[in-house]
Design a protein around this ligand. Structure first.
Ligand SMILES: O=P(O)(O)OP(=O)(O)OP(=O)(O)OC[C@H]1O[C@@H](n2cnc3c(O)ncnc32)[C@H](O)[C@@H]1O
Ligand SMILES: [Mg+2]
Length: 477
């Protein structure tokens, strides 16, 4: 009997699929989980580097006095399990043998498919393990390098994920494969998509979940199981972004965790692949988010908005200018989320109303304000103003902020002139768009497509100013 925790390590959040199964099957056991999100994905890295990183995680876990170690990562298991097992005097469990065993049990056709990272697939760890037990079984291995970035950027159900999964798995179809090993602990988070492409006749093997049965057996064999007399305690650590970690754990695994960020290597880590970089558009206005997202997505960044972070406290817009408010929002949310943030403060300035509603554009109608009420108030206030005096300007200030470094904010602005009509036109856009008439086009802003609006709008102009500068600014560190 032993109340010390079991250590779990992975390159990212994928290993949590194993932890979740452990919490279910072994509720008395305490868990220490460490994900090396700052350096994922491990898949494309050389085996020697994966081994080095794995040892850094192992050393962190040893300081937590673990009684058993689970390498909840296929890439790390393939690269480092024999080495780690040889040097530690506690039991060390990998995910490849349990996954292989379960696949052998499930297959009837004798043809097993294995999907994994490049590292796992080129090591042939699954094929070798399966063949060491049953030579006649056919094994087809396929690398799915795009899956881990999808999961780590919280894109599990997006149309992109659907397309990537369908395209990746094509080579495995119509070959007589009746069992498919999800040879990466991130993949169970894509399980519905994978099952959908492979068809209901194919049995999916969750190698991580299978591993927990092995852990359970070893606890008994070595007489290491917890007493169950005191409540289990679970600790979660990441080398990356703790908020993102908690979000994925909560949304997808229903695990309420509050991860802590830790540093396990003293050397500065190398740059994360662009696909894993995230920028948050700190706005609650879906119209704005839609207009701003395209620019960053085109650069391969993952774009989030405040809708992805429902728990974050709203930053009050107490500034007197667009810039003050945009800075408040950008700095406030960047600090709270520990991520790069773009904030937009914008509004309509009507000359006949001395620049109103200005920074109060969103709240013009007061309590219970919304677009319709704001527009109604605007039109009422302009009732006696003749057409030629109804000139107005839309303005946007954009502020790009890095976490905890407000002094380095990147600030740009853009505007567009027009006239406030009496009769609304068009269904596109948002806010005051149906009343904002562009004489040169003979249309209101709401009669333009998204693309057309971006070409002439205040936000489009500000985005072009940002476009010219942000990459250099973003790279500086
Ligand atoms: O603060 P966030 O969460 O970003 O969202 P918000 O809608 O409150 O945004 P602001 O505080 O910057 O207020 C801007 C208001 O100005 C108006 N507005 C800004 N850009 C507009 C556009 O492109 N078309 C129409 N109305 C716009 C609209 O009423 C917005 O609610
Ligand atoms: Mg606002």
């Amino acid at each position: 009997m032993n109340n010390q925790p079991i250590g779990f390590i992975d390159s990212g959040v994928g290993g949590l699929t194993v932890v979740k199964e452990a919490l279910r099957q072994l509720p008395n056991e305490s868990v220490v989980f460490l994900g090396d999100q700052a350096r994922l994905p491990y898949g494309p890295r050389p085996a020697a580097q994966v081994r080095e990183f794995t040892w850094q995680m192992v050393n962190f876990q040893l300081q937590k006095h673990i009684k058993m170690l689970v390498i909840a990562c296929n890439t790390a298991t393939a690269a480092a399990l024999p080495d780690v097992r040889a040097k530690l005097d506690i039991p060390v469990v990998g995910v490849i043998v349990p996954g292989s065993r379960a696949a052998l049990k499930a297959t009837k056709t004798g043809h097993i498919g294995v999907i994994g990272t490049e590292g796992t697939v080129t090591s042939h760890a699954y094929a070798d393990t399966i063949h060491s037990k049953a030579k006649q079984v056919k094994v087809t291995e396929l690398a799915a390098p795009k899956f881990v970035p999808l999961v780590e950027s919280n894109e599990m159900t997006s149309p992109v994920a659907k397309r990537v999964v369908a395209e990746t798995l094509q080579p495995l179809l119509h070959q007589g494969i009746d069992t498919l090993v999800m040879g990466c602990t991130h993949y169970p988070l894509l399980r519905p998509l994978i099952q959908n492409v492979m068809g209901d006749d194919v049995t999916l093997i969750d190698s991580g979940a299978e591993t927990v049965s092995e852990v359970s057996m070893l606890l008994d064999y070595f007489n290491l199981a917890a007493h169950g007399t005191q409540p289990a305690t679970n600790q979660f650590y990441t080398t990356g972004n703790a908020k993102m970690f908690d979000l994925i754990a909560g949304n997808w695994l229903n695990l309420k965790v509050a991860a802590s960020r830790v540093v396990i290597d003293q050397e500065p880590t190398d740059v994360q692949p662009a696909a894993l970089k995230t920028v948050v558009i700190a706005s609650k206005n879906p119209g704005k988010v839609k207009e701003l997202a395209a620019m960053f997505e085109a650069d391969g960044l993952t774009v989030k908005s405040l809708a992805d972070f429902p728990a974050v406290a709203t930053v009050p817009e107490t500034g007197k200018t667009f810039e003050e408010n945009a800075r408040l929002k950008a700095d406030g949310y960047a600090k709270a989320l520990e991520l790069p943030v773009v904030a937009d403060d914008s509004g309509l300035m009507v000359d006949a109303l001395d620049g109103a509603p200005g920074v109060f554009s969103a709240r013009y109608a007061g309590q219970g304000h919304n677009d319709a009420a704001n527009n109604a108030k605007l039109i009422a206030n302009l009732a006696d103003v003749p057409d030629e005096k109804r000139t107005a300007t839309f303005h946007t200030t954009l502020v790009f902020a890095k976490p905890n470094r407000p002094a380095e904010d990147l600030v740009v602005a853009g505007s567009v002139q027009g006239r406030i009509t009496g009769v609304p036109r068009g269904d596109n856009g948002f806010g005051y768009d149906p009343y904002f008439f562009l004489p040169q086009l003979g249309k209101t802003m709401a009669e333009l497509s998204q693309n057309e609006k971006n070409q002439i709008s205040h936000r489009g102009n500000a985005m072009r100013a940002l476009e010219a500068k942000w990459r250099d600014w973003y790279k500086e560190d």
